[in-house]
Design a protein around this ligand. Structure first.
Ligand SMILES: Nc1ncnc2c1ncn2[C@@H]1O[C@H](COP(=O)(O)OP(=O)(O)OP(=O)(O)O)[C@@H](O)[C@H]1O
Ligand SMILES: [Mg+2]
Length: 347
């Protein structure tokens, strides 16, 4: 598969009164043409900061790209000026945020807002842009687009607004669409509809999608691959099947154990004990060690490298070192591993 984006050892810092917050601590990631890559991880793990770096949206100061490269079509986006970045933003890479209202202009009809992008980036005339705007509204599932195109954002429900935002993001035909928690502000039924929409769109528009969420539950339905972030780093990456049926990192085990299990009906959800690392003073070894029941001495002394599990699957845990003791994953994870589509005979 062809790569569209290559992130190499990206580091993002925020210089605050308290000290330097190391929000992203060496993220390396490839995005392939036409795929949906999910980035999951708990609050503060660096998901939004990573995606904002791709869009050139890190506020400077206090933020800075402290190292690494973001390679896109032969350019290093980390080194572009704001002016150069403006041509990339919208045209090549678009972003959808959590709250649709923040991305819509309340004083402009939604038709005008969609057409702006089309006229600017696709170099089309007004009539053509209007036609395409109607098509985009249809594509994102807005009924009566002829009427709706003349209306203002306040005339739309939350779910419909997010559809409009998606239409705007697609207006300039981006090569990469970043969706940062696009459904968390919506209620559950609407969430499912927007997720369905995102999934279907991808087949129709051939855009690569980065889908950010803290909810591993929604990932299986939308993504091809999953990157798990913890404390500003990617700790495990693989296909959806790799991550759900053969997870290797104890943090991923924790995430999977905290997913509601439809079979057992247990009332209490598991939560990973402890709290995320202090990014002002990141620990020396594996940042997850203090919360890891399987932590070894080396976890406190040295950062684990990315160990290769398979061609598609990598995880940064010392447990994968040949000399590490074999440990059993928690029950909830083992149960899921047994359900693996590749292990049907064991069911
Ligand atoms: N402008 C800023 N100044 C200082 N620190 C910041 C700033 N923006 C982000 N951070 C810090 O960077 C770290 C990563 O934040 P980020 O927003 O990427 O988390 P996230 O994974 O997107 O979390 P969430 O799920 O809550 O959205 C956090 O520790 C956060 O406090
Ligand atoms: Mg975020």
């Amino acid at each position: 598969m062809e790569k569209i984006l290559e992130i190499k050892d990206l580091k993002v810092h925020f210089n605050t009164f308290a000290g330097t917050v190391q929000a992203v601590r060496g993220v390396s990631l490839d995005l392939y043409k036409g795929e949906t890559l999910a980035i999951v991880g708990e609050s503060g793990s660096g998901k939004s900061v990573t995606s904002k770096a791709l869009m050139g949206l890190i506020p400077k100061p206090p933020g800075e790209i402290a190292g690494g490269e973001i390679l896109f079509e032969g350019k290093d986006l980390a080194k572009l000026t704001e002016k150069e970045m403006q041509n990339v933003r919208g045209a090549d890479i678009s972003m959808i945020f959590q709250d649709p209202m923040t991305s819509l202009n309340p004083t402009m009809t939604i038709g005008k807002q969609i057409m702006e992008g089309i006229i600017k980036h696709r170099k089309l005339g007004k009539t053509e842009a209007h036609k395409l705007a109607l098509e985009l509204l249809k594509l994102v599932g807005i009924p009566n687009p002829d009427v709706r195109i003349k209306q203002y954002p306040h005339q739309f429900s939350g779910g419909m607004r997010q559809r409009v935002v998606i239409a705007i993001a697609l207006a300039c035909n981006p090569k990469i669409l970043i969706a940062d928690e696009p459904t968390t502000a919506l209620d559950v039924t609407i969430q499912a509809q927007i997720l369905d929409l995102m999934k279907n769109l991808q087949k129709q528009v051939d855009t690569s999608i980065i889908f950010i969420t803290h909810d591993l539950g929604v990932v299986a339905n939308v993504a091809d691959r999953v990157a798990v972030m913890y404390g500003g780093k990617i700790v495990e990456i693989g296909t959806v099947d790799d991550i759900f049926y053969n997870p290797q990192h104890p943090y991923t085990w924790g995430l999977i154990s905290s997913m509601p299990d439809l079979d057992t009906n247990e009332d209490e959800l598991y939560a990973i004990p402890g709290s995320p690392p202090d990014l002002l003073n990141p620990p020396i070894g594996d940042a997850f060690a203090p919360r890891n029941p399987f932590a070894m001495k080396i976890d406190l002394e040295q950062e684990p490298p990315m160990f290769k599990v398979s061609e598609t699957h990598y995880a940064a845990t010392w447990l994968l070192h040949p000399d590490a003791p074999k440990v059993e994953p928690p029950e909830a994870v083992k149960k899921r591993m047994k359900k693996s589509p590749n292990k049907k005979e064991e069911n």
